[in-house]
Design a protein around this ligand. Structure first.
Ligand SMILES: Nc1nc2c(ncn2[C@@H]2O[C@H](COP(=O)(O)OP(=O)(O)OP(=O)(O)O)[C@@H](O)[C@H]2O)c(=O)[nH]1
Ligand SMILES: [Mg+2]
Length: 363
């Protein structure tokens, strides 16, 4: 399952947003003395599943899921406390993508660790910690490579040296690695390092209720953060959204309407989470279950089969595929077959968003 880490300075509203996302009730503010990470699994909304339910009348509906981890707060200068920093970096290393909560709200009762509210400064600070951690990994590896190359010249090590030098330049210019255009070969070469700044990042401006009317202006101020496909930006009011998440389904719509809020935090953030990580979903349908499966763009049919079960991947024969739009229009699997909209794809077929697939396999 995809893991998203929620990071940001202490008291920026991480746990509040976590609760808003997951409907959980983790303690916030002064009550958040426990430093264990909060973890929640959240369903990804997908309207296409509703239509599949009409078509297949299944016993069970399963949404794609994302795991959110509220990573224990990093106070300013965490890097001076080696043990704390190591734990912080380790939890981040284990995630697939990051969500950075940026405090914009003013609140006299919640002192900012830096003494003032300054979102730009906080972003720089949080990003710099990650950049430093990556730089350290690169410096160590470069030193080793330099030594090795002196002893024996090896093409592979020289190529790695060149690539890492390029990454170092980027980091020294205080840019995260996600801003680089790296080839598949490059990524393979550096895959084992677990770089932090290469992970997709969603910046979430945490606005006070009073700042909500100026949402567009706040987002415009930070739009530069989204100059790569692997980063995104949104704004919400964390505490309002947490209240919304705590309401019953029936009260929720009215409350949101009253406040002029169109989408819930979970809808906004989950959607954006999916986008920055380059995720799509394929669907499976039948009488027992309709199911939405998250995969990365570019995943082949055989790899996609593996997300369901390793046996299906191993014994893969064909993937019978119809696009959601065709199935939606035609209304049934037999109809899709009759009209030639059902395609038999081999293992190298690149799965498209919304493909409805029936895997044929042999074990
Ligand atoms: N006014 C206002 N207060 C907020 C908002 N979001 C969070 N707070 C308050 O800020 C305080 C800190 O929120 P938390 O969610 O605990 O922050 P955190 O980042 O998890 O803090 P640590 O885990 O200690 O690092 C709490 O008292 C929240 O009620 C908001 O949108 N508006
Ligand atoms: Mg917290």
């Amino acid at each position: 399952m995809l893991k998203f880490g929620i990071i940001g300075l202490s008291q920026s509203g991480k746990t509040t947003v976590f609760n808003a996302l997951s409907g959980a009730h983790a303690a916030v503010g002064d009550y958040s003395t426990s430093k264990a990470a909060n973890i929640a699994v959240v369903k990804v909304p997908d309207k296409r599943l509703d239509r599949l339910v009409e078509i297949f009348k299944p016993k069970k509906i399963t949404h794609a899921e994302i795991e959110y981890i509220d990573i224990a707060g990093m106070s300013a200068g965490a890097s001076s406390d080696k043990k704390k920093e190591a734990a912080y970096v380790k939890s981040i290393r284990e995630t697939d993508a990051l969500i950075q909560i940026v405090r914009c709200f003013e609140n006299q009762n919640v002192p900012h660790p830096e003494g003032s509210v300054d979102p730009g400064r906080d972003i720089t600070e949080t990003d710099s910690e990650l950049i430093l951690a990556d730089l350290m990994v690169i410096e160590n590896r470069l030193a080793k490579l330099e030594h090795n190359i002196k002893v024996v010249k090896r093409d592979r090590e020289e190529a790695e040296f060149r690539l890492l030098s390029r990454l170092r330049e980027t980091l020294e210019a205080e840019k995260p690695l996600r801003t680089l255009d790296l080839t598949a070969d490059d990524l393979k070469m550096i895959g084992s390092f677990g770089f932090l700044t290469i992970k997709p990042m969603l910046y979430v401006l945490n606005l006070g209720e009073d700042q909500l009317p100026d949402r567009a202006k706040w987002e415009a101020d930070f739009i530069d953060l989204t100059n790569t496909a692997k980063s995104g930006l949104t704004s919400i009011s964390g505490s309002l959204q947490m209240d919304i998440a705590n309401l019953d389904q029936s009260e929720r719509a009215d409350f949101m309407k009253e406040l002029g809020i169109e989408s819930s935090a979970s809808d906004i953030i989950i959607q954006k989470s999916f986008e920055i990580i380059g995720m799509i979903a394929f669907l499976t349908g039948g009488e027992p279950e309709v199911h939405s499966w998250p995969i990365r763009k570019g995943t082949t049919a055989q790899e996609a089969a593996g997300t369901i079960h390793s046996d299906i991947q191993r014994g893969f024969i064909k993937a019978e595929t119809v696009s959601f739009d065709d199935l939606d229009r035609l209304g049934s699997w037999p109809k899709a077959r009759e009209t030639g909209k059902l395609h038999l794809n081999g293992k190298a077929y690149v799965v498209q968003d919304g493909d409805v697939i029936l895997f044929m396999f042999n074990v």
